[in-house]
Structure formats: structure tokens, C-alpha cells
Design a protein around this ligand. Sequence first.
Ligand code: SF4
Ligand SMILES: [Zn+2]
Ligand SMILES: [Zn+2]
Length: 312
Amino acid sequence: MNCVKCKTKAVIGLPRHNAAFCKPCFNEFVHDQVSRAIKAERMFGRADRILVAVSGGKDSLALWDVLLKLGYHADALYVDLGIPGYSAKSREEVERYADRVAKPCHATLLIHTVQEEEGAGIRELADLINRPTCSACGTIKRYQFNRAAVEQDYDVMATGHNLDDEAARLLGNVLHWQDDYLDKQSPSLPASVEGFAKKVKPLYRLTERELAAYAVLNRIDYIVEECPMAKGSKLLLYKEVLNRLETESPGTKQRFYWGFLEKQAKARPVPTSMAEKDQATLRPCATCGQPTTAETCSYCKMMARAKAGIPR
Ligand code: SF4
Ligand SMILES: [Zn+2]
Ligand SMILES: [Zn+2]
């Protein structure tokens, strides 16, 4: 199998593109897919400051790497959830990458430690407020990333969601006809109101397998294991189903998700209608000042309940 561009020996085949690439041409392909995503969705420009949400997994570290290689000003934030046997290892991978590649590029790694800042690890917090761990985790991560981005004047927040993640999420939203979620499922959500950072997903044109290959070929160490709390999640089941379809018919995930984006773009002008809708319903949280639809935001409500139960 030879590279379709330079005809030397290929290191990876991409059935969905009916192509194979050597390492330099594959890196070029990955960089090009990210550049296309940034341009097509008007995610950010050369002068913008980007905050990448890193977890220690292949996707977010590959995203940070690609943005730095493309010459963007990209810092990163890691949230240490304090999950035994998982968080220490994932943090190690993030710090290793930051020391080896990011810091020499003058990029900064910010760390938020849940145990220190919120007074308990994520599992303990979830138990205290009687909520599933992933739901408490989602609230904390969303809040902390948004707060860091807004307070430290980043223009945009970038996450490592890839084509597999977005196609699986779309499948879930369609299976349950979650109209509200379908409305908001987009690779680029504008900073609709004061206090909410713009959020983008520059990897939506690349698959999980392509990103794993990019990390391995570029010697980016990452935590291979999923977070133990993800076990049994519906999203993993949807990914399995889509992988089955992809094997039988390469390009299925891409056609499904990109097709949805095309239809969505034709159907309505997303940024304006969402901004208007949000403006009408959001106000500052009485406790922390971040935008919320209620008197107090869900993070402050959750922390108030947890605090009542945290031993001093
Ligand atoms: S699987 Fe759940 S607990 Fe683990 S990182 Fe994801 S949302 Fe958080
Ligand atoms: Zn080549
Ligand atoms: Zn609040």
C-alpha cells in the first residue's frame, strides 16, 4: 500500500477517503482537516487566544498539538477530577505533553483540582448530592472551563470532540427526538451572551482512529483507558453501532454527521436565533454572577448542597 500523495510506503489506510498516507502526508491531511473545520465554521482567527480543554486522552492532546503546529495561540486547561486510578495517570500525560511540547511553544497549562477547589473528589461530591457521577462532573467541567475562559480573557474554548463523538451524540439525540439538543448540536457555538465563552470543536472532521494514529505517529503519550465512570454509557453503545455500520459501509459516520450539519445550515441561521433566545432567558447567578436561566446557577446550587454534607 503506497501513499496516494507521494507514492512512498503508506503507514495508514483511510477507507472512508479511499486513501492511504505516509507519515508526513497523513500529518498534512490531519492539519488540513482541522484548518478546514476552523474556516468552515469561522471558529477563530490568528490573533485569537484559544483555551483547549485537555483530559489526557488522545483527542484533546492531539487537538492542542495540531493548533500549536498550525501556529495558533493555544493554552490548555486540565480539570483533575480526583478519580482513583484514573486522574493521576491522565494528569501525568497532560503535564508530560505540556513540558515536552507546549511550554517550548510558549503555551501554558492551567490546572483546576476538584479536590482542592471544591473540597472533595468528583465521586464523593456526586454521592453527597445524590447525583450520578457523570452529571456532577459535567456541571463542574462546564462551569470551570467557562469561568477560566471568561475570567482570563480567552476568545474561544476548544474541545477535542471528534467525528465519532458527534455522530454518536447525534444518533442519541435522533433516537430520542431531543429537539432542543439537536438545535444546539454544532461544531461552533457563539458566545451568545456576556459571560459565556464561545465553544468550538475543531476535530469534528476526524475520526477516533485517525486521531489515535496521529497521536502514536507523533509520539504523543496519552491515557488509553476510558474514564471508569463511562462504563455502560449509552454513548459508547452508539459508537459501537456506528463502528459496525462504518465497517460495512465506510463513510457512514461522515455522511450522517456532515449531512446533518448541511441540513441544519440550510434550515436556519443558528447564531442569531440562539443568541436572541439566550438573551431572553439568561441572567447573572445570584451567587457567582455567571449567566444562568434560574436565580442560582446549577454549579452554585450543587456546591451549596455538597457543602452542607462535606465534613470540615
Ligand atoms: S465519564 Fe463521567 S466522570 Fe468520567 S470524565 Fe466523563 S463525565 Fe466525567
Ligand atoms: Zn506521502
Ligand atoms: Zn453560580
